[in-house]
Design a protein around this ligand. Structure first.
Ligand code: ATP
Ligand code: MG
Length: 437
């Protein structure tokens, strides 16, 4: 196939039959976030490269291997966002939102770009839903953000997914930890990959997140950060756990979680699914108390998370979960002849203005083909309009599911349709109730 007929490697289309699932999931995300006071923020798909170098960290996989970076025609270095936190914090600082009421709570849905090896659950263009809570230092903020992620997952029907938490401390307690890591990894220096040899000097904690099998095996026995936490960080972590318990949120402590981005401090967490193979982390997040200051803003403790929507969809599929299907058309009007077509156009306009989903023939088909199409698209009702019906101001409305017919007046078609739809809904509700009694 030539390139013109082929999507770029690692990108996916969301086809019309799948888009209602995406709309449902995104609606659940934004409306659940709203329950906790998070408002949507929209930021550009690309930023100055510096935005990501400063925040994500120049020893991370994302910056070292995965960014789509190019010079624009004005010679600026531009990068397609590999994640949204950096751009959101850039915007929050630039627009002075940090000077307003704190905490500032924002959420987003958007595409991300990483040059990775495409495989199940790993794409070059993927989508994230995430939240950022800026200006909240207390441990109950950590618990709220985790609770929100949990509720989002529940709201789309994912209940079988585990929460793993850890604390990676603050820059103070990490000094000792870095020393211990350096010592440990130096003893295994000859086995580490090239990238990790560089990390050993600059940021040994990053080795813990290396995907190479040899490095990760060595990392498995490395000292764990929980043993190096200072009293304040220890206390914070204990309190986060108490709040999670109070909110009835199950978790396990996994001392090996460090997260793939440099900006995290103290609490880090992941929601991990056993149903989607190797790329099992659906949601990752944590605290990033130093990030806002690091990006040139005031020092405000903050936290957030991001969920990969494609991985979420994979969990839903592999767990056999059905999402509510898209609404079918309320009515299909089949028109016979030019006069009927004009009348149908008038009726369609009026019905749609009243909020009904209505379709009619726009391909010049005969009656049989029109009805076949009405069936295909799953129209709930149909109506055939010819000269006779127009002359009598009356037509027969057919329920496509059971064939029941209703005589309706054309000049009040909207009212008639409204009445019939509601009566039928009421009847089926009564049936449901009496069957359950
Ligand atoms: P991984 O360890 O799987 O590479 P990560 O640590 O790079 O993940 P984050 O940067 O924390 O991931 O991004 C948050 C979430 O975004 C991930 O948990 C995942 O669900 C999703 N995600 C990250 N990279 C990809 C990708 N290339 N394709 C699809 N989803 C992704
Ligand atoms: Mg990654």
């Amino acid at each position: 196939m030539s390139e013109i007929n082929r999507a770029v490697k690692g990108t996916n289309d969301v086809l019309p039959d799948e888009s209602s699932n995406w709309q449902f999931v995104e609606r659940q995300m934004l409306s659940t976030a709203a329950l906790y006071g998070f408002k949507e923020i929209r930021v550009p798909v690309f930023e100055h490269t510096e935005v990501f170098l400063r925040s994500v960290g120049d020893t991370t996989d994302v910056v070292q291997k995965e960014m789509y970076t190019f010079d624009d025609k004005g010679g600026r270095s531009i990068t397609l966002r590999p994640e949204l936190t950096a751009g959101v914090i850039r915007s929050v600082i630039e627009n002075g939102l940090v000077n307003g009421a704190l905490p500032l709570k924002v959420c987003y849905v958007g595409g991300c770009y990483r040059y990775e090896k495409p495989q199940a659950g790993r794409l070059r263009e993927f989508h994230q839903f995430g939240v950022e809570c800026v200006g909240a230092a207390e441990p109950n903020a950590d618990a709220e953000v985790i609770a929100l992620a949990r509720q989002v997952l529940n709201s789309i029907g994912i209940d079988k997914i585990s929460l793993e938490i850890n604390s990676i401390g603050c820059p103070e307690c990490r000094k000792e930890y870095h020393k211990a890591l350096k010592e440990y990894f130096s003893a295994n220096k000859d086995k580490l990959c090239g990238t990790c040899l560089d990390r050993l000097e600059r940021n040994p904690m990053r080795i813990l997140d290396c995907k190479s099998p040899v490095c990760s095996e060595i990392a498995g026995n490395a000292p764990v950060v929980l043993d190096y936490l200072c009293d304040e960080c220890k206390k914070h972590f204990e309190q986060v756990k108490s709040y999670l318990t109070a909110m009835n949120i199950e978790y396990t402590v996994n001392p090996h979680i460090v997260r793939g981005l440099d900006y995290y401090t103290r609490t880090v967490f992941e929601f991990v699914s056993g149903d989607i193979g190797a790329q099992s982390t659906v949601c990752g997040g944590g605290r990033y108390d130093g990030l806002v200051a690091q990006m040139g803003g005031p020092s405000v403790p903050s936290l957030g998370f991001a969920m990969g929507i494609e991985r979420l969809m994979l969990v839903l599929k592999n767990q056999g979960k059905e999402l509510p299907s898209a609404d079918k058309p309320d009515l299909y009007i089949a028109a016979l002849g030019e006069k009927a077509q004009l009348k149908t156009a008038e009726l369609c306009a009026a019905l749609r203005a009243d909020g009904f989903k209505v379709e009619t023939d726009i391909c010049g088909r005969g009656l049989k083909a029109q009805m076949k199409y009405a069936n295909k698209i799953g129209a709930k009702y149909s109506l055939v309009l010819g000269d006779t019906e127009i002359g009598e101001n009356s037509a027969s409305l057919k329920n496509m599911a059971d064939g029941e017919a209703f005589t309706v007046k054309l000049d009040i078609l909207s009212d008639e349709l409204f009445k019939i739809i509601n009566e039928q809904a009421l009847n089926s509700l009564e049936d449901l109730i009496s069957n359950n009694l």
